[in-house]
Design a protein around this ligand. Structure first.
Ligand code: UD1
Length: 430
């Protein structure tokens, strides 16, 4: 088991380059099996979730050729099975995108039902409602979802809740249905737009992605394309908040500043300076930070995937702040860990009430999930003394070279795998 060991207190200073968006990449990789020609995808983040999904894609018979760490070629013409194993789905929920992709292309798919997750109950009823509306017979038995249709027929679908996953999954199936589909109350996240742009570059007829009504005219075939994935707004936001927590000065490069507006707005509210360039943002946070209120909402609201990082900032800001989590009900599992580092946080239902403390103090903590894990690293960077973050497996699902990027900004952080290495690091930095 590997850990991060961190000696806090160094302001982060310098420039950091952001990779491709993990959540866009997961859907785009799944969608790429929908053509029988070779698809080239670039700006792929080299993180664990992506590699697991590529394994699942290979598992159903597609040809997957990783030409370098950030580029992959996929050819779906050799697909021999429509069944995605539980081994993959249990490691990464987003393998369920293969349901929409296989159903669209072959009118048949079989994917294990995703199990319970670490941030709350995550049903997929809306995905299935969409497939049924398109004319598929959907059945759940023995832990497997089976979706099958003689023909998929375009239709009008209203999503009762804004869901990124359901919007994308239905959009993929509808891209190869007969006729016109309208998805109302669709998610507007940048990665929904990226997946639509990708499918359109393969010949799909999708309009309106990025608004709450998506219109799709189905096509019979999709063709080859070369596509570059958008930058990861959550990785970018994480580095912006790490700069703030350590009172640093960091330029976050290769981003789309428009996608970061909610994150930027909160940094300005707490008193940091944010300068926007064409494809970069600079965060300077020299003065003490102030309290504020945050509520997570679907895009363009404040992202739930930035909620733990935000709480870490507010934990060392002046006064009392509130963080309301409105998307997932169990996303405060990091609070007990942060409390061990000296935070003063009370959780009542879906609201965390945070009274700022002067500083965090280093402690041994465990990453409860991907984003909360990154948030605990930020706390460690800001803390006095040594912090050890266990279970960094979660963090590596979504951050590429996290410790190397932080170290290049002046952080004292190392990835270690034994108590001996922890001691060595502690001696070195003391
Ligand atoms: C995606 C992101 C995740 C992010 C989340 C919200 C990926 C791989 N993951 O997750 O990082 O935190 O969006 O921005 O892109 N819901 C239902 N029924 C459904 C589907 C969803 O009730 O069929 C509910 C969920 O429980 C949740 C809300 O809708 O309360 C939003 O979930 P959704 O947008 O679907 O999240 P994911 O796509 O799973």
């Amino acid at each position: 088991m590997e850990q991060y060991v961190i000696k806090g207190g160094n302001p982060l200073v310098g420039e950091v380059e952001i990779g491709g968006a993990k959540n866009a990449a997961l859907a785009i990789l799944a969608a790429s099996i929908m053509a029988d020609e070779t698809i080239t995808i670039d700006n792929l983040p080299n993180v664990r979730d992506i590699n697991v999904l590529l394994g699942a894609i290979e598992g159903i018979g597609a040809i997957v050729e990783r030409t370098d760490a950030h580029t992959v070629k996929i050819n779906g013409s050799t697909i021999s099975g429509m069944s995605v194993d539980y081994e993959y789905i249990k490691k990464i929920r987003a393998s369920y995108y293969l349901l929409g992709a296989l159903l669209g292309k072959y009118k048949k798919a079989e994917v294990a039902l995703p199990g319970g997750c670490d941030i709350g109950s995550r049903p997929i009823d809306l995905h299935l409602k969409g497939f049924r509306a398109l004319g598929a017979r959907v059945d759940i038995q023995h832990g497997l979802i089976t979706a099958e249709a003689d023909h998929l027929k375009g239709t009008h679908i209203y999503l009762d809740k804004v869901s990124v996953g359901a919007t994308i999954n239905i959009m993929m199936a509808a891209a190869m249905a007969e006729g016109k589909t309208i998805i109302e109350n669709a998610a507007k996240e940048p990665h929904v737009v990226d997946v639509a742009n990708f499918l359109n570059s393969m010949g799909a007829g999708i309009r309106g992605a990025g608004t709450d009504v998506i219109r799709i005219v189905g096509v019979e075939k999709l063709h080859k394309t070369e596509y570059s994935i958008i930058p990861d707004q959550i990785e970018a936001g994480t580095f912006m908040f790490a700069a703030a927590a350590t009172r640093g000065d960091v330029t976050v490069k290769n981003v789309i500043p428009k996608h970061l507006e909610a994150t930027t707005a909160k940094l300005l509210e707490v008193g940091c300076e944010v300068e926007e360039f064409d494809d970069a943002v600079r965060v300077v946070c020299a003065k003490p930070m102030h309290h504020t209120q945050v509520t997570t909402l679907p895009y363009p609201g404040f992202p739930t995937d930035m909620q733990p990082q935000m709480a870490v900032i507010l934990g060392i800001a002046d006064g009392t702040s509130t963080v309301t989590e409105s998307i997932f009900e169990n996303r405060f599992k990091y609070v007990d860990e942060l409390t061990r580092m000296g935070a003063n946080i009370k959780v009542e239902s879906n609201i965390a009430i945070i009274t700022g403390v002067e500083k965090y103090t280093g402690a041994r903590v465990s990453a409860p999930d991907l984003r909360a894990g990154a948030a605990l690293v930020i706390a460690g960077l800001a803390a006095e003394g040594i912090t050890i973050v266990d279970d960094i497996y979660y963090i590596e699902r979504g951050y590429e070279n996290f410790e190397e990027k932080l170290a290049s900004l002046g952080a004292q952080i190392e990835k270690v795998s034994s108590e001996k290495e922890i001691q060595k690091f502690t001696l070195k930095v003391s």
